[in-house]
Design a protein around this ligand. Structure first.
Ligand code: ATR
Length: 283
């Protein structure tokens, strides 16, 4: 019998994680079976306990349960503690370990799949919610020159700057933040990388951002993905920047989870290419 894993969320039927992990298992020869669980709202803990009792080895956790998973874990990786959210649970003899692979997934997609080094880069992060918080430390780890956070609500950007100021200093990163409407772009001029971590793309809203931030050498990265380029990607392309959706982040965060569970690193790039072809064929 194969080792059992699953993704839990609500809704869950459109999750691509089972497909991605089946590809990783085939690629690496690991005996992994990966399913999906619709978690009832308010019933996260019961579902996870049931899965553990039935022999489950680990889980991915998606919307809306990442905070529940953070609270449920017996111990947390430093990056999950900093993110305040957990997307990966590993069940072992020492209890439930919570981790967060989203930030590493973003960084690997940008650097490995898209070929843009973050070392010495000037980076603009749009948004200051959970998605943004989860990527700050993994970005610092890549030694950029500067990270600027701009959010619709300035106070939340300032909170993130306060939370991570010491980490930025330790890594030698210039770190600032502000509101989109109050001169938030402290570091003006165009950026090497702009990451859209707002929930705006969900309802086709373009986050406020100075057009001057986009240049011909800018990578504009939207954490969202869909059948069509997001409004943020379309906007960036119009301004002459290179644009990417977040499909590669999805694959790479899964690859990092697989690595945590199995100690084997799958080739995310190959699976990403196959996933893109499959989605293009369906569109
Ligand atoms: P997530 O976990 O996806 O980050 P969240 O914690 O609710 O979700 O954060 C959502 C982020 O998207 C916030 O930065 C939010 O801005 P506010 O802090 O001002 O609410 C941002 N956001 C959501 N809708 C937006 C929109 N239409 N334009 C710009 N920013 C938006």
């Amino acid at each position: 019998m194969k080792d059992q894993y699953a993704v839990i969320g609500n809704p869950i039927e459109h999750s691509k994680s089972p497909w991605i992990h089946a590809k990783f298992a085939a690629q690496t020869g690991e005996p992994v079976e990966y399913g999906r669980i619709l978690g009832p709202l308010g019933g996260f803990e019961r579902e996870v306990r049931q899965f553990i009792a039935s022999g489950g080895r680990g889980m991915n956790v998606t919307v809306p349960f990442k905070l529940d998973a953070h609270a449920f874990a017996d111990s947390l990786s430093p990056r999950a503690a900093a993110a305040g959210a957990v997307n990966t649970l590993a069940f072992g003899p020492d209890g439930v370990r919570g981790d967060n692979t989203d930030g590493v997934g973003l960084v690997r997609d940008i650097e490995v799949n898209l070929g843009v080094s973050l070392k010495g880069a000037r980076i603009l992060l749009l948004g200051a919610g959970g998605a943004a918080r989860g990527v700050v430390l993994p970005i610092f780890d890549r030694a950029p020159a500067a990270l600027t956070i701009v959010n619709r609500t300035a106070a939340k950007a300032h909170q993130l700057v306060d939370q991570f100021a010491q980490n930025a200093a330790d890594c030698g990163v210039r770190f600032s933040g502000g509101g989109a409407d109050s001169g938030g772009i402290v570091d003006s001029g165009c950026y090497d990388v702009i990451v859209n971590a707002t929930a705006g793309s969900l309802d086709a809203a373009l986050p406020d951002c100075d057009d001057g931030a986009f240049g011909a050498n800018t990578l504009a990265y939207d954490m969202m993905y869909g059948a069509q380029p997001t409004v943020f990607m379309q906007h960036a392309t119009k301004l002459g920047a290179r644009a990417s959706d977040g499909l590669g982040m999805l694959v790479e965060q899964a690859a990092e989870s697989f690595f945590i569970w199995r100690g084997v690193r799958p080739d995310g790039g190959a699976v990403l290419r196959e996933l893109r072809q499959m989605l293009a064929a369906k569109a």
